[in-house]
Design a protein around this ligand. Structure first.
Ligand SMILES: Nc1nc2c(ncn2[C@@H]2O[C@H](COP(=O)(O)OP(=O)(O)OP(=O)(O)O)[C@@H](O)[C@H]2O)c(=O)[nH]1
Length: 346
């Protein structure tokens, strides 16, 4: 549960809002019943119950966007009813509401919802003078202070959003090549081999690429030249695979491409195509660069570690057989693999 909260920022925010609403609004609802303000008491109760229901929905389905939007809309309606019911005293509730709506929905959407609430309150004030604002000065003060609070909340929420996206991208990407990093790969392999995917009929293939004699490029042309080759390799792999296929840096000069919805024959064909593209297009200033490739299609009931071990064993055979070739792993046996592309004679 804690791990899920740490992983899912929106769920954590929504849960926090749920707790705050439960702790802060419930006593008011009880007080209003006791006080005889049944409309406000009912509104408070509906807000508490619907917020808790939305939080439960988010936990069960993972759909935090819909849950957040629902709670935000409920609170927009709630705050209008509370202000209308309580008059000027109810205006105090708009300020925490302004801040907390930015916890629920993206900043721009929050700002638009706040604008809608403000316009609604002003329309009601125009229709029934004296009901919400005591006088014109109070109305202007409210508009200015709520606009300032909304603006600063928006700026803060927007900065948070940008920084969070930057952090997420840094945590997911390899800094040099821009490929998805090892952590992402581990998660993708775990998901692919996990129970969530096992029930599906379509297959998933792993292509494990390792550049041949890469150390020589580093040694003779420098580390920067080696880096440029790695960047170009990832660009080639991304360019010649489908949008849905993901390229990962496994480590050093090893890369993984995961291909979804694919048969063993198709995976082999893609691996050979990519191998040929690398052979033709990847070169340093002094030499052509080749790659060895191990291919493994996930076998039914196989763990991701076994799957990776088979791809690695196939790659090992490709290297042992002379490099610059594709080797397909046999199903179910890490040690067995068959050669697909013979090493060139040159
Ligand atoms: N430029 C650069 N080199 C890297 C990076 N990561 C790993 N390497 C180098 O990759 C080289 C890998 O060398 P080896 O494991 O001997 O492999 P190889 O020379 O390609 O030989 P084979 O794989 O057996 O064909 C080492 O020299 C590493 O320093 C990187 O990010 N940038």
């Amino acid at each position: 549960m804690i791990a899920r909260l740490q992983r899912d920022f929106h769920l954590a925010m929504l849960s926090l809002v749920g707790i705050m609403v439960l702790v802060c609004v419930t006593p008011y609802a009880i007080y209003r019943y006791w006080d005889g303000s049944y409309l406000i008491a009912a509104v408070d109760s509906i807000l508490v119950v619907s917020t808790l229901a939305a939080v439960a929905y988010a936990w069960l389905t993972g759909n935090t966007k819909a849950a957040g939007f629902f709670v935000a809309c409920m609170f927009c309606a709630g705050v209008v009813i509370v202000v209308f019911g309580l008059g000027p005293v109810g205006l105090f509730w708009t300020y925490p509401f302004i801040v907390f709506i930015f916890f629920l929905v993206p900043p721009l959407r929050a700002l638009l919802l706040l604008l809608l609430v403000l316009v609604t309150l002003l329309l009601l004030a125009a229709l029934i003078p004296g009901k919400i604002f005591l006088d014109g000065f109070q109305l202007v003060s409210f508009v200015v202070t709520s606009a300032v609070t909304s603006f600063f909340s928006y700026v803060f929420a927007y900065r948070m959003l940008v920084q969070r996206r930057q952090l997420e991208s840094m945590a997911a990407q390899d800094a040099l090549t821009g490929a998805a990093n090892r952590r992402q790969l581990d998660q993708a392999l775990e998901f692919a081999a996990g129970s969530g995917r096992r029930s599906r009929h379509n297959e998933i293939a792993m292509l494990l690429f390792d550049l041949d004699f890469f150390k020589q490029i580093n040694d003779s042309e420098g580390h920067q030249a080696g880096d440029a080759i790695l960047v170009e390799l990832v660009q080639l792999l991304q360019k010649h695979t489908r949008m849905s296929d993901q390229v990962y840096r496994f480590g050093g000069e090893e890369f993984v491409v995961l291909l979804e919805d694919i048969t063993q024959e198709e995976a082999l064909a893609v691996a050979e195509k990519l191998h040929a593209v690398i052979d033709k297009e990847l070169r340093s200033s002094q030499r052509t660069v080749s790659a060895s490739v191990g291919v493994a299609v996930l076998a039914p009931g196989e763990s991701w570690e076994q799957w990776l071990a088979r791809a690695d064993a196939a790659l090992y055979r490709a290297k042992a057989q002379g490099r610059n070739q594709v080797v397909m792993a046999e199903m179910g046996n890490p040690a067995a693999s068959k050669e697909a592309t013979p090493a060139p004679c040159s």
